[in-house]
Write a protein that binds this ligand. Structure first.
Ligand SMILES: *Cc1c(COP(=O)(O)O)cnc(C)c1O
Length: 388
């Protein structure tokens, strides 16, 4: 009998543990309101924080660029896929993050894998916050560097772990989410950068959930006025969240980017994102920077939500981000609550292990600048009926 014949049993076990993952089929554009299985649902779980994924101006830029550039880019950047449109977006993202150079990847996931693998080898050491995104951990593993995970946001623990490296020739890389994707907590950039510097290490900051959302013009946690490439050597962003399109990027020094062009496997062996996506992102980036009201609106929604949820007696995490998880613990409980909310017209998928640590299954509520006060009222009322 095939050694794969244990699959049905394994799938059954996943179901019984409440860990089975299933997709919903969405029948409308990404928006605060979506049609799913014929039902209209209010969406409180997308990462389209600024509401730009379906913005008319971004759509128009995309359409016009597709007329010029076509759809597919046809090859990797190093073969024949790197266009003027990609180049312009890289320049704009470098300027936005206050770094000399930028390199586009096909996703944030690919950017993280490529940046870490392209820079480290088995002789090196990598230190990761224990709540880092899976792509950062996978990058660490595939680099073959020695991987240590430090306590969440704990500069002291990081200091201890860095102190234990005796090989003075080994490179040391400290890697952390900026805004943590499943908790909404933020990295203490000052503290982590200081410890990193003390040990002659490099710091890599993944701003997937900060860019566009916080900071001056949405520049994220690592405001270039406060943190140069000498403080935060590697900066990561995604185009798929607040910027509303698709792709990922690394920004940093000339030498960093040139190294990655030579060595990052997810860069070298993968087709470039469509040029029309790059052009659309130039538009969404400009909107994200200029329309400060979108960030203000997010802050207002988060504040109102936290007041309302606290009044309902719900326990919230210490998050000011548009990521507001309600931790439930048990996976079955999280799925049941998510289903009950769906019956009331609210879409919030349950987040379960291994995406989050064991016994911390949760509803991860997210906001977009497009949500109305009435949407928020409906969310709170549904939570009152199901969770409180
Ligand atoms: C979503 C996410 C990524 C991956 O970005 P994609 O563009 O979706 O592949 C990387 N890091 C963090 C922290 C994320 O939340």
């Amino acid at each position: 009998m095939s050694k794969f014949s244990d699959r049905s049993k394994w799938l059954e076990e996943r179901r019984n543990a409440g860990l089975y993952r299933q997709r919903r089929i969405v029948n409308s554009a990404q928006s605060r309101e979506m049609f799913i299985d014929g039902h209209k649902l209010l969406n409180f779980c997308s990462n389209d924080y600024l509401g730009l994924a379906n913005d008319k101006r971004v759509i128009k830029a995309f359409q016009q660029a597709a007329e010029i550039w076509g759809v597919g880019s046809g090859a990797s950047h190093l073969v024949s896929g790197h266009t003027k449109a990609h180049e312009e977006l890289e320049e704009a993202l470098a300027e936005f993050t206050g770094r000399p150079r930028c390199l586009l990847f096909s996703s944030g996931y690919a950017a993280n894998m490529g940046a870490i693998q392209g820079l480290l080898s088995s002789a090196d050491h990598i230190f990761e916050d224990r709540l880092n995104h899976a792509s950062l951990l996978d990058g660490g593993r595939i680099s073959r560097a020695r991987l240590k995970r430090y306590m969440h946001r704990d500069a002291h623990d990081l200091d201890n772990k860095l102190s234990k490296v005796s090989d003075s020739k080994a490179r040391k890389l400290v890697v952390t989410d900026g805004t943590f994707s499943m908790d909404g907590t933020v990295c203490d950039v000052d503290a982590i950068a200081e410890i990193t510097h003390k040990h002659n290490a490099w710091m890599m900051l993944d701003e997937a959930h900060s860019l566009g959302v916080i900071g001056k013009q949405g520049c994220g946690l690592a405001d270039p006025d406060n943190y140069s490439v000498n403080d935060v050597q590697i900066l990561i962003g995604t185009l798929g969240k607040a910027l509303g399109t698709q792709g990922g990027f690394v920004t940093g020094s000339e030498e960093l980017i040139e190294t990655l062009i030579q060595q990052a496997r997810t860069y070298i062996y993968s087709t470039a994102i469509p040029s029309a996506i790059a052009v659309a992102t130039l538009t969404s980036l400009q909107i994200a920077r200029e329309e400060e009201w979108r960030r203000e609106r997010l802050r207002e929604l988060v504040q109102k939500f936290r007041i309302g949820a606290t009044q309902l007696g719900l326990k919230l995490l210490d998050s000011k981000a548009p990521i507001q998880p309600i931790i439930l613990g048990d996976a079955h409980t999280a799925v049941k609550l998510s289903n009950a909310l769906e019956d009331l017209g609210i879409l919030i998928t349950a987040i379960r292990p291994p995406t989050v640590p064991a016994n911390t299954s949760r509803l991860r509520i997210t906001f977009t600048a497009e949500h109305t006060d009435d949407d928020l009222k409906q969310l709170l009322s549904a939570l009152e009926q199901t969770a409180a």
